[in-house]
Write a protein that binds this ligand. Structure first.
Ligand SMILES: [Zn+2]
Length: 275
């Protein structure tokens, strides 16, 4: 299985390195919307979709006005998943499956660009996105992005590195499955992908920066504030991060852990992921 990391849009909120840990000054930061594209025996598989063409063409009200102004998404047609994978030489119709870490607006925007693909999501996430129970949930889950039918999963399968895993995704190789990492959203999951040479775990927004996995734990203050604002369950979010830190510490050689919004890939990722 060959895995590509692709940036499908980004966000440019003001605050520079206070957000992303690296952009000098307090101007626009760079928060990536990192997706994965896996070449598998079951066709191309996308993990998350970033922002899509309809977001570029009709940003509001497809996106909530509040998040549009606060997060300042950088919306360009040639940065969408469908354009990125065409540029890598793939036919978008070969994307057979899309596996979602969660259904936030900055991850689900490209779903509508792949109406032929099967979409896989944790059942608790799908339920939360339908309920839209709070003002934050009404802002984060956007019905025009989520019109695609989705296959939902909840039953735990065989654990993975002692972590609960939700396996048996219909039509996908058994080496691709969910690792629930709740807290950011109710049904938030990591997506594990087995390669010939170890594992890749897309941890979505369970962490915002790869520095959260290292010693000492470091997180730019505005990223930390945003993570607090967006969490639905603080204790669960911190536990998910603790679990990821333990996985990085004990199995860092066997597993490449990466997240959505850090503008840089973690050190050593190139061994299993091409950028
Ligand atoms: Zn996000």
């Amino acid at each position: 299985m060959r895995i590509h990391a692709i940036e499908c849009g980004s966000m440019r909120p003001f605050g520079g390195r206070l957000w992303d840990g690296r952009t000098p000054g307090l101007g626009p930061a760079h928060l990536s919307c990192r997706c994965l594209l896996a070449e598998t025996d079951a066709g191309l598989v996308l993990v998350d979709t970033g922002f899509g063409l309809d977001d570029v063409n009709h940003p509001v009200p497809r996106l909530s006005r509040a998040f549009y102004h606060a997060d300042r998404p950088h919306l360009e047609a040639d940065e969408t998943a469908i354009a990125r994978l065409r540029r890598l030489g793939f036919d978008p119709h070969d994307v057979r499956h899309i596996v979602m870490t969660h259904l936030d607006f900055d991850h689900a925007g490209g779903l509508t660009d792949f109406p032929w693909a099967a979409v896989h999501v944790h059942a608790r996430e799908a339920a939360a996105s339908r309920r839209r129970a709070t003002p934050v949930e009404r802002g984060r889950y956007r019905p025009p992005q989520l019109s695609h039918p989705m296959k939902e999963y909840e039953a735990p399968g065989e654990p993975w590195f002692d972590l609960p895993a939700v396996r048996g995704l219909e039509g996908l190789p058994p080496s691709i499955f969910f690792v629930p990492l709740p807290g950011h959203t109710e049904g938030h999951c990591g997506v594990a992908l087995g390669t010939d040479d170890g594992w890749v775990l897309h941890a979505g927004d369970a962490i915002f920066m790869h520095s959260e996995l290292r010693e000492p734990l470091a997180m730019p203050p505005l990223a930390a504030a945003y993570a607090n604002f967006m969490q639905v369950d603080r204790a669960a979010r911190l536990e998910s991060r603790r679990v990821l830190r333990a996985l990085a510490r004990e199995h860092g050689e066997e597993v490449t852990i990466l997240c959505t919004h850090d503008p840089s890939l973690p050190p050593g990722a190139e061994r299993r992921v091409s950028a």
